[in-house]
Design a protein around this ligand. Structure first.
Ligand code: GDP
Length: 289
């Protein structure tokens, strides 16, 4: 089942974002370092280029992501004009504290002591925007939640002398061009729990884990990942964890939730769901089909 939204408010979201962008100097785009492309909204890049605004691209939750993949993504993004990519953990106050200086470097024309540096945070739900804003403001202003769409109203806040920070204008849903984007987002909990079927998402996640991180699977569940595919992995996890339905069959939904939760909590280890290479391969295959 492909995962997709029909938001119906795309045009108004675009207009809002375009207007908001006209009044700022630097876009801070927050993405999830484990799935940087799947967790981005292409409209942000489009409008940013249209408005000619530089972008600080934050690969957040880097503490959960595979460092080699994160480095590959930073190299990838840093080749793009007007973009500075940095990996951070917004939960770490010293990482967040680097953000204003990085923005300053991107907008040197605002550094004459008279004009404030106006920054705007953008990104899809659940990538860590509120966490970052709270860290930057050093006090709790934005409600942080583990459910998508917690940030509702746009606000501009004073960030100390000569700096303002505006939060994301309206909802920035991901644009899901490929089915795997939907699965990656669902696995990473960037989209609502009810929108998808856990078992399918966990099977997809299992396929990636078996291909790229078999040793982490073996260590966590004490199973031999060789010869397994996504569905067989779910069964193996279910057996190992005693996930049974009445009558003795395997409760695959429960097994799916265990795998998903372990990935989301980072207890499997540091995992990235896509790299620049894997994404290029995925797109080539999908477009050829
Ligand atoms: P928003 O919807 O983009 O504002 O996202 P939130 O700031 O509400 O964060 C969504 C979830 O991700 C929350 O459970 C945060 O605690 C968590 N989170 C945010 N930043 C980080 C990070 O750097 N590392 C980890 N491990 N979790 C994070």
């Amino acid at each position: 089942m492909p995962i997709q939204w029909f938001p119906g408010h795309m045009a108004s979201a675009r207009k809002k974002a375009a207007d908001a962008m006209a009044a700022i100097d630097v876009v801070i785009e927050v993405t999830d370092a484990r799935l940087p492309e799947a967790s981005s909204n292409p409209m942000i890049g489009e409008l940013r280029r249209f408005r000619n605004r530089p972008c600080l691209k934050l690969l957040n939750k880097a503490d959960l992501a595979d460092p080699a993949a994160t480095q590959a993504w930073m190299d990838f993004y840093n080749r793009q004009p007007g973009v500075k990519a940095v990996a951070i953990s917004a939960k770490n106050p010293s990482d967040a504290a680097r953000v204003p200086a990085l923005c300053r470097q991107l907008a040197p024309h605002r550094d004459d002591g008279t004009k404030p540096l106006r920054m705007m945070i953008m990104g899809i739900p659940n990538v860590g925007k509120s966490t970052l804003m709270n860290a930057l403001l050093k006090r709790k202003v934005a409600k942080v939640g583990d459910e998508p769409a917690v940030t509702k109203h746009q606000q501009t806040l004073d960030l100390g002398p000569g700096m303002t920070l505006t939060d994301t204008p309206g909802m920035m849903w991901p644009k899901i061009d490929y089915d795997s984007d939907g699965y990656m987002l669902a696995a990473s909990h960037a989209i609502g729990r009810n929108a998808v079927i856990d078992e399918e998402v966990a099977t997809f996640l299992g396929g990636i884990l078996l291909e790229r991180y078999p040793a982490l699977i073996a260590a966590r569940y004490r199973i031999d990942p060789a010869q397994l595919d996504g569905p067989a992995l779910l069964e193996a996890v279910g057996r190992r964890r005693g996930c049974l339905v009445k009558g003795g069959g395997l409760d695959l939904e429960k097994a799916a939730l265990i795998l998903l939760q372990d990935y989301r909590d980072g207890v499997l280890g540091r995992i990235s769901l896509e790299t620049p290479e894997s994404r290029a391969r995925m797109i080539a295959v999908a477009d050829a089909a």
